[in-house]
Design a binder for this molecule. Structure first.
Ligand code: MN
Ligand code: MN
Ligand code: MN
Length: 289
């Protein structure tokens, strides 16, 4: 039983890498990819915990990237965490996100939200300040009544707290992952709410840029959705991945290891040389639907 998409406190997950691996072990899983947002900081700790529990750890990362004025998420699976290229690019992206956070803070302060940046930093704790943190701060300061109102009044294009994200381009992210020894996988393709035509455009460009696979089974997706994505994966010659996108027990709709197997007609991503997992050990404990 493998789960190829999970987060820890190194990004926005609520479990430390150690606690995450302990949960994976308790859940009877044999392998896990730690894929924190735009950072590989959790991997060293995860590696130690994985050894303790005899779980196969896949070194991973989930990179935010720009495509056609949207943000898409690209998983790097089986990357080499020592890659100087990867470390430099992630440090760079982090600096840009830090600048963006400061700028959002300044804009909100100009609009009369006192101490916006400082308050948001406190709320974000170890995490880099992002839009979601500003939204929470504005609700807590009673500047807006809920998350929905916050985004409508402050955080969308044309509003005071909106600053365009400056992600690396999708093809850059793919190149970076591959040159760091990993397989590039388009995460949760259904989450971008694209029309089928646009989704095919995305997958065509993803494949042309050297992308390896797509997440055919993501989170708690319905079987019909999985089948639809499996067909698309095959159409574009892409391998198929499966992951829960677990963020912690406080988001119970995404449970660690609950991800469905990839349909048999797909080529599973664990056959990719970057992962090289014994296929016979995969998913054998996932109960039938
Ligand atoms: Mn997240
Ligand atoms: Mn994601
Ligand atoms: Mn994720």
């Amino acid at each position: 039983m493998f789960d190829l998409h999970a987060h820890s406190t190194a990004s926005d997950g609520s479990l430390t890498p150690t606690a995450l691996l302990a949960l994976a072990s308790k859940s009877g899983m044999s392998g896990l990819a730690l894929t924190d947002h735009d950072t590989i900081r959790g991997l060293a700790e995860a590696r130690l915990a994985a050894a303790e529990h005899a779980i196969t750890l896949i070194n991973g990362v989930e990179i935010s990237a720009g495509w056609n004025n949207r943000t898409v998420h690209i998983l790097g699976l089986g990357i080499d965490p020592r890659s100087p290229l990867l470390n430099a690019a992630l440090a760079d992206a982090e600096e840009r996100r830090r600048d963006r956070g400061r700028l959002i803070g300044e804009r909100l302060e100009q609009k009369g939200v006192g101490n916006a940046y400082q308050l948001t930093c406190e709320l974000a704790g170890n995490n880099l300040v992002g839009r979601a943190h500003f939204a929470r701060m504005l609700v807590e300061q009673r500047v807006a009544k809920d998350n929905k109102q916050v985004f409508r009044r402050f955080m969308v294009r044309g509003k005071p707290g909106y600053v365009a994200a400056n992600w690396m381009a999708m093809d850059e992210a793919i190149g970076l992952i591959r040159r760091s020894g990993g397989a590039a996988v388009l995460a949760h393709p259904a989450a971008y709410t694209l029309t089928t035509r646009k989704l095919k455009l995305l997958m065509g460009e993803f494949s042309a840029a050297g992308g390896d696979g797509i997440e055919v089974a993501s989170g708690n997706a319905e079987q019909a959705e999985i089948e639809r994505l499996a067909t698309l994966a095959n159409e574009f010659g892409l391998m198929a991945s499966s992951g829960s996108d677990f963020h912690g027990p406080d988001k119970p709709w995404l449970r660690l290891g609950q991800n469905r197997p990839v349909p048999e007609r797909c080529t599973p991503i664990w056959h990719h040389q970057a992962l090289a997992i014994d296929a016979n050990r995969c998913y054998e404990t996932v109960p039938p639907k």
